[in-house]
Design a protein around this ligand. Structure first.
Ligand SMILES: CC/C=C\C/C=C\C/C=C\C/C=C\CCCCC(=O)SCCNC(=O)CCNC(=O)[C@H](O)C(C)(C)COP(=O)(O)OP(=O)(O)OC[C@H]1O[C@@H](n2cnc3c(N)ncnc32)[C@H](O)[C@@H]1OP(=O)(O)O
Ligand SMILES: Cc1cc2nc3c(=O)[nH]c(=O)nc-3n(C[C@H](O)[C@H](O)[C@H](O)COP(=O)(O)OP(=O)(O)OC[C@H]3O[C@@H](n4cnc5c(N)ncnc54)[C@H](O)[C@@H]3O)c2cc1C
Length: 679
């Protein structure tokens, strides 16, 4: 490129960067990319549907730069733009008659860059799950048609995890047939709910029900917060934004203070518990039935993790195939592509493999959830504990993996990964929210551990188990490591047996430690607290085993061509081996494998890096993520990284003039303090 052309910062070459083109030309997977894309989209029709939605959205400038433009804007402008995008999105849904699924695709296409997500992610699902049929008939269509906009207000300043500790109260007044809502203490103030600060006019408020001075647990109350005329807070309501966050600053997460706010009796969502006109309380189903909206969101988060990693691996793989630095071979005239360094592959391919793994795992989890949800809707709660354990646990494990891998992805792009225009910093910060929202990760692991301890005790007492804990009935004496040669390390079924035994051993160890402490005279709560770390380790081991089984079985169900099968199987083997090596200490300590097997696995792990390398670009191309969706100058399809970086500087407000006003205000008087301007 000539110097003159370089100075024209707006120019992006019309051709694909030859570095990336050569990757596509050399990968034997390239002709089969559309087959993988169809798997990821759930069918070729869905791919076409998504692309059509992309065309609709990205012809509108409001959506075109959505993934990145917020970097350059002050908070209130970001929020206003987020609201504008929400409204445009809702209008497009109506105009094109999009189904909920198609609307979900549109949200994915704009990378969640809108303000009113909570209305769709939690408000509507909570209305569906917590309302009676009569209440659904009254409220659901209003929410679906955006006549009311709502959020899910559960967390308070003082309590997010401990729902029994929530202090917001709803006191029933039988004389007027109303509930009176109050946040009587500083710690009871609702704090965090998305879109609460400035946007919504309704909220489902989770509050402790009090009738005649008696507490009846936490229940949902559909509460109007703002006037539908002028959007002003209603009497007794004080509401606002909680301030800027690490990211998601288009969203107005809010606080809410309630002072004797009265709502009609019919506004308590009464699917699971009822209050009669006279103030008589009844309930049906398990006491945790009101927690059901949280299960759905946890299932959804596993899918978000897969999407986040698909975005980030698209960026890091493409960038690593374009970037050259130093050389592997001193006789070579060209520097090496950083993707050719084994260490770079070891930074980048775990994310790629995990993106695929979580895609398959989240699909299985969603199907399992839908089956259980259908049973629950018919009044059968038998599988509720199992789906609670699976959804809470998979959310925690996927979010933990995603945060860890994303940070490594950012580092894999060197200095440029630190630039906002790489989009990786924002992705890391967004993913960080996922270990906290919808149940803090440690707390969720402990829920899984609690379930495992119960199931283990049942197995020991001779009960036959089913579901994810069936294996706890195993006889550990019969185990011998199934890996008998280096070749066995490629056999995922054998590796799953290894994962299973490690989980069994870690769960039985936690149970033994608890039993030892209780038999030694410790009180139950003290024994629990003294073993929480081992309990979390046991939960992780169980979840990783479940993840491997779900991934393997989901892959087994695919009907695919030989090249696609080979490429996806490489990722499956790599993911399975990588997570053993990563947790080597546990696998050795539990004698699930021995030292020779660990050596073989480490050799297999690096061998798989070389197997994946030729198809790496095709494997990210197969995600078919629109450049406007990932929004990174480093990861565009055309690979014109440096030109895009230069062009992005035009967006920087500091660059809108040659001499900044601060020069005249501050620097100039300072420089001229000794009258040196004539130098
Ligand atoms: C591509 C994507 C791009 C971008 C997106 C990225 C990022 C997005 C980031 C931002 C997010 C946007 C939207 C997210 C929205 C987030 C909204 C929220 O956070 S809402 C608030 C969520 N709050 C929680 O999750 C609270 C966590 N706490 C709990 O769940 C519970 O209190 C507890 C910790 C599980 C314990 O409950 P409790 O105190 O009642 O405990 P007990 O000990 O009395 O009872 C335990 C008993 O209950 C059973 N149980 C617990 N939970 C459930 C459940 N949900 N369902 C069924 N059963 C449950 C448990 O098994 C025990 O049973 P037992 O052993 O007694 O039989
Ligand atoms: C971006 C974002 C969006 C959110 N959106 C919403 C929303 O829309 N609606 C809503 O209601 N809420 C929302 N929240 C709140 C969120 O659900 C809570 O922050 C989350 O559930 C964690 O609770 P906490 O903040 O009380 O953490 P805490 O429970 O205070 O956690 C702090 C530490 O204490 C530890 N800890 C706590 N309890 C235990 C225990 N029993 N055993 C062992 N360790 C424990 C945790 O492991 C953690 O290390 C949002 C939060 C964020 C960050």
């Amino acid at each position: 490129m000539s110097a003159a052309a370089i100075l024209d910062l707006g120019k992006i070459p019309s051709k694909v960067n030859p570095e990336l083109q050569s990757e596509r030309d050399c990968s034997s997977l390239t002709p089969y990319i559309s087959e993988i894309t169809a798997i990821v989209d759930g069918g070729r029709n869905n791919t076409e549907k998504r692309r059509q939605i992309e065309r609709i959205l990205f012809k509108d400038p409001l959506f075109r730069d959505c993934a990145i433009d917020s970097v350059y804007k002050p908070r209130d402008e970001m929020y206003a733009r987020g609201v504008e995008r929400s409204v445009r999105l809702f209008a497009l849904k109506e105009e094109y008659n999009w189904t909920d699924e198609e609307f979900g695709i549109a949200v994915y296409v704009i990378n969640h860059q809108y303000s009113l997500g909570l209305h769709t992610v939690m408000f509507i699902p909570a209305l569906e799950r917590l309302s009676t049929e009569q209440q659904k008939a009254k409220w659901l269509h209003l929410a679906r048609n955006y006549q009311i906009i709502g959020t899910y207000a559960q967390t308070e300043l003082g309590h997010g995890t401990n729902l029994q500790g929530l202090e917001t109260i709803a006191t029933y007044d039988a004389t007027t047939e109303e509930f009176i809502l109050n946040t009587p203490t500083v710690t009871s103030i609702k704090w965090w709910p998305g879109a609460l600060g400035k946007s919504v006019n309704y909220a489902i408020i989770l509050a402790t029900l009090i009738i005649d001075g008696k507490k009846h647990g936490m229940h949902p109350f559909l509460t109007p917060l703002r006037s539908t005329e002028d959007h002003k807070p209603l009497p007794g309501v004080k509401v606002g934004d909680i301030g800027p966050k690490l990211t998601f600053n288009t969203v107005d997460n809010g606080y809410l203070i309630l002072n004797n706010v009265r709502i009609p009796r019919e506004n308590m969502l009464m699917k699971n518990a009822q209050v009669s006109r006279e103030g008589h309380f009844t309930s049906r189903g398990p006491s945790k039935a009101n927690y059901s909206a949280m299960i759905l969101v946890r299932v959804t988060i596993v899918n978000w993790c897969s999407v986040i990693l698909s975005n980030s691996s698209t960026i890091t793989v493409r960038y690593s195939a374009v970037r050259r630095q130093s050389t592997l071979d001193s006789s070579s005239e060209k520097e090496s592509k950083i993707l050719d360094y084994q260490t770079q592959q070891y930074k980048v391919f775990p994310s790629l493999a995990t993106a695929y793994a979580l895609f398959f795992v989240s699909k299985t989890l969603k199907n399992r959830y839908l089956k259980t949800y259908a049973e629950i809707m018919k009044g059968n709660f038998k599988n509720l504990p199992e789906i609670h354990c699976q959804s809470a646990g998979m959310k925690a494990l996927s979010a933990e993996m995603t945060v860890e891998l994303l940070e490594i992805s950012r580092q894999a792009c060197g200095g440029h990964g630190y630039l906002a225009a790489s989009a990786l910093g924002d992705a890391v910060a967004s993913a960080k929210a996922l270990v906290t929202v919808e149940g803090e990760n440690t707390v969720l692991y402990l829920q899984v551990a609690r379930y495992l301890m119960k199931r283990f005790a049942a197995a020991v007492s001779g009960e036959r188990l089913s579901g994810s804990t069936e294996y706890l009935c195993m006889d550990p004496i019969k185990y011998s490591c199934p890996i008998n040669s280096p070749g066995d390390c490629m056999n995922v079924s054998l590796l799953c047996q290894v994962y299973r035994f490690r989980a069994y051993r870690m769960i039985s160890k936690a149970a033994r430690m608890l039993q030892r402490d209780i038999e030694g005279g410790k009180k139950q709560h003290k024994a629990m607290n003294d073993n929480l770390v081992q309990l979390v380790r046991a939960a992780r081991a169980h979840l990783l085993y479940c993840m491997m089984v779900d991934y393997k079985e989901s892959m087994n169900q695919l009907q695919i061509s030989v090249p696609v099968s080979k490429a996806l199987n490489n990722l499956l083997v790599f993911f399975t081996v990588f997570n053993i090596v990563k947790n080597a200490g546990d696998f050795l300590e539990t004698e699930s494998i021995g030292l020779p097997q660990m050596e073989w696995l480490k050799e297999t792990e690096v061998k798989m890096l070389a197997e994946i390398r030729p198809d790496a670009v095709s494997l990210v191309d197969a995600f078919d993520i629109h450049d406007n969706t990932h929004g990174s100058v480093l990861g565009c399809y055309d690979g014109n990284v440096y030109e895009r970086m230069l062009k992005s500087t035009q967006n920087e407000p500091l660059n809108q003039c040659d001499v900044h006003y601060s020069f005249h205000q501050h620097l100039k008087p300072f420089l001229q303090r000794n009258n040196t301007s004539k130098l």
